[in-house]
Design a protein around this ligand. Structure first.
Ligand code: HEM
Length: 488
């Protein structure tokens, strides 16, 4: 059957180059979704000599990446992000092998239910700091949100409790992660498919991608090495605080595997920073943007928090299940943005046959999460931001697809930080909404500025800068924030 099988349908390739001329520079997820309308849930394209399979349908994604996960859990060679930008050997880019299995086990333990209980106090404390910073300098709200996420991941990974002196480190890591996310667009994809481009001379025209990669690389290497080396020094002096890194280094020392594991521990910890911060920040920034655009939704979700939590304390994890409308807004934010729109590519580690089509060995497999989130058959009027669509989800027992079932990827590679992401977003955003008013900025004539939903393009996406006004909603809220900041 394999001999007679055809490749899945897709746009016609040119000899040698394949479909490279049809690869859009920006927001490829949207163009790939259009291909899906023409060719179906599984689209084949060729980039140079390599097959790229774009999965636009949730059912195909489940059939291949969930049900046949022994074939579809590998990663292709990431010549751009791993080799050029310097995110080498970490769990995110490692192929499906023993090294990945080891790092994956570390991650699953790091974000188990028990571990999350230990992480909660960090999120509570850092969210109070963030609220206080937003209250004092609301124009920098985005930086305060990013600092919240960065501080939490830094403490989980390295046990380091962030101080104002860490500003330079955060700025550098923010640059490393944001630039990585943006750099992973079309140019990066080309290097992955044609790794020889790595050697493209800097003096030739069109070498901008390489110059940019070298700049990002210097930041990435510092983000990978500085906090890890600090932990090692602190361990030697006996002053290290417990963290993922100290636990793993101690375990490796006990087992006598320190030499072989040390590099993996360093890269796995750094991978958390790379994978966990930009995605979570993008979701929280989109939440704020959605509240600015849809002021009626903001009022409704604030009323719900007032009703359930009151105004004398901050919302906390135990309130999550009592806030069904907040949950709907969160799900709609995830769906609308799709923070990692094309997922992280998987690889077919051997030739396969699916619905009569041939899937060549070593094909790049892209799960088009954005297309699944914007599929008209799954969600009516997917172009509209309508949190109410998910009220139905609970009532009709799953007839509306929960975006959490695909936004975090598929199969054995599914995001290990998804519960942490959801919890950290809940804690900070619910607390902002409980204590602040989020409103529209005014133009010079006093009219509302309604921002549009413009997002960046890349491996992970976030909203482009927009105007808004965030202010404490009452003297009572100011008191609550100040007391919470002092007691944490
Ligand atoms: C809203 C926030 C987040 C989103 C949308 C997101 C999404 C994703 C996606 C789509 C993947 C690829 C899965 C696949 O290959 O099928 C992934 C992988 C990963 N994520 Fe997340 N993520 C988020 C937050 C986090 C957080 C907070 C952490 C940890 C601090 C994290 C750690 C990871 C790691 C380590 C991987 C690689 C897993 C592997 O290759 O085995 N993520 N994430």
């Amino acid at each position: 059957r394999k001999a007679s099988a055809r490749l899945p349908p897709g746009p016609r390739p040119l000899p040698l180059l394949g479909n490279i001329h049809q690869l859009p520079k920006d927001h490829p997820q949207m163009a790939f979704a259009e291909w899906g309308k023409k060719y179906g849930g599984l689209v084949h394209a060729k980039i140079f000599g390599t097959s790229m399979l774009i999965i636009n349908s949730i059912n195909v994604a489940r059939d291949l990446m969930d049900k046949r996960s022994s074939i579809y859990s590998g990663r292709p060679r990431f010549a751009f992000v791993a080799e050029m930008l310097g995110w080498e050997n970490g769990i995110v880019v490692t192929d499906y092998n023993d090294n990945w299995r080891k790092q994956r086990r570390w991650m699953v333990e790091a974000f188990s239910k028990t571990a999350l209980t230990n992480i909660r106090p960090i999120l509570r404390r850092e969210s109070c700091k963030a609220l206080s910073s937003i209250m004092n300098s609301p124009q920098s709200w985005k930086e305060h949100i990013a600092r919240y996420t960065g501080s939490a991941v830094l403490e989980i990974a390295y046990g380091h409790q962030a101080t104002p002196e860490d500003g330079d480190f955060f700025e550098m890591s923010e640059k490393a992660t944001v630039m990585t996310a943006e750099a992973g667009s079309a140019g990066g994809m080309l290097v992955d498919f044609f790794p020889l481009l790595k050697y493209y001379p800097l003096w030739l025209p069109g070498s901008g991608f390489k110059a940019n990669a070298l700049k990002v690389r210097s930041f990435v290497r510092k983000v990978v090495e500085i906090p890890f080396n600090n932990v090692k020094k602190q361990m030697a002096m006996g002053t290290a605080k417990p963290s993922l890194t100290t636990n793993l280094l101690e375990e490796a020392y006990r087992k006598g595997t320190l030499d072989e594991d040390e590099g993996d521990i360093r890269d796995a910890a750094a991978g958390l920073y790379g994978a966990g911060t930009e995605t979570t920040n993008a979701t929280m920034t989109t939440f704020i943007l959605a509240m600015v655009i849809h002021q009626d939704v903001f009022k409704k979700v604030q009323e719900e928090i007032d009703r359930v939590v009151g105004q004398d304390r901050l919302p906390d994890v135990q309130d999550k299940d009592s806030l069904p409308y907040f949950k709907c807004v969160f799900l709609e934010v995830l769906r609308y943005l799709s923070p990692v729109p094309l997922g992280i590519p998987h690889k077919a580690s051997k030739e396969d046959l699916y619905q009569g089509y041939l899937i060549p060995k070593d094909s790049f497999i892209l799960g088009n999460i954005w297309a699944m989130a914007h599929d008209e058959e799954t969600y009516s009027q997917p172009e509209l931001f309508l949190p109410e669509r998910f009220l139905e989800m609970d009532q009709s027992d799953g007839t509306i697809l929960d975006p959490r079932t695909y936004t975090f990827g598929f199969g054995r590679r599914i995001c290990p930080g998804k519960e942490l992401a959801e919890e950290s977003i809940f804690i900070l955003i619910s607390r902002i909404i409980a204590t602040m008013n989020i409103s529209r900025a005014k133009d010079e004539k006093g009219r509302d500025i309604v921002p549009s939903f413009d997002i960046t393009s890349g491996l992970s996406c976030h909203p482009k800068p927009f105007d808004c006004v965030i202010t404490p909603r009452s003297p009572r809220a100011i008191r609550l924030i100040s007391e919470a900041a002092l007691s944490n």
